[in-house]
Design a binder for this molecule. Structure first.
Ligand code: ZN
Ligand code: ZN
Length: 230
């Protein structure tokens, strides 16, 4: 098990780690730190909301809201804030040179092909709130949101969003907290995928598409329809 797999498992079910995950954690100080942060955040959410969060993590609170239990919009906005302010780092990203942000965003997408074929948290209001929490005000919709997931990213936890543009193209938007980009933008092309990363909100965001033409259009769309605070 590698660090990414560990983080994915830890986020999916913080209280029940597999034997492989426990072994990895025993040997990896970075992931032990990650596990402690996740546990502390779970407790913080529970304390702040004064509700038991037996299975943990914000995303499951959001999902639970979908399944009929009563949770207020304030709750999931707060949960998103808590999750988005996780801050741990992979050392290799800290030293990353130019084009690393965009390239790593492409790699993330390539490792999650189900993001294009499944519907998940496809809720425009949740998307608007997540963007707001991250520091982006929607001036107009980007398209039809199809998939939203909290994913382990090198800076901790980021939102992975897939939406369909008005002309039917699929585009991925990844919001990554905490990391400050120095450049105005970075671009990358890997295995037919194209990405641009730009500073925005609590950190930076990346747009990933399957053609350079679509990338140009979606990049422009995001830039014209989202106003980033600060
Ligand atoms: Zn690790
Ligand atoms: Zn993802």
């Amino acid at each position: 098990m590698n660090c990414l797999e560990f983080r994915r498992e830890k986020l999916a079910d913080p209280r029940r780690l597999s034997r492989e995950a426990l072994t990895h954690m025993g040997a990896c100080a970075a992931c032990r730190g990650f596990a402690i942060e996740v546990n502390e955040n779970e407790e913080r959410i529970a304390t702040a909301l004064d509700v038991p969060v037996p299975e943990g993590l914000a995303e499951r609170i959001i999902l639970r809201r979908k399944t009929g239990a009563r949770f207020s919009p304030r709750l999931w906005a707060l949960a998103a804030t808590v999750v988005l302010t996780f801050g741990f780092g992979f050392q290799q990203w800290k030293d990353a040179g130019s084009q690393e942000y965009a390239r790593l965003a492409i790699e993330h997408v390539m490792h999650e092909p189900e993001s294009f074929t499944s519907a998940r948290l496809a809720d425009p209001e949740l998307f608007r709130r997540v963007m707001h929490t991250f520091g982006g005000e929607m001036q107009a919709p980007l398209g039809k949101v199809r998939y939203m997931k909290l994913c382990p990213v090198p800076e901790g936890t980021g939102w992975h969003i897939v939406f369909e543009t008005e002309n039917g193209k699929l585009a991925t938007l990844i919001l990554i907290p905490a990391k400050r980009m120095k450049a105005d933008s970075e671009q990358a092309r890997v295995g037919g995928w194209n990405a641009v990363a730009r500073p925005g909100g609590q950190g930076f965001y990346a747009v990933i598409t399957d053609s350079p033409e679509t990338l140009g259009k979606v990049d422009e769309l995001v830039r014209s329809r989202v106003r980033w605070r600060s």
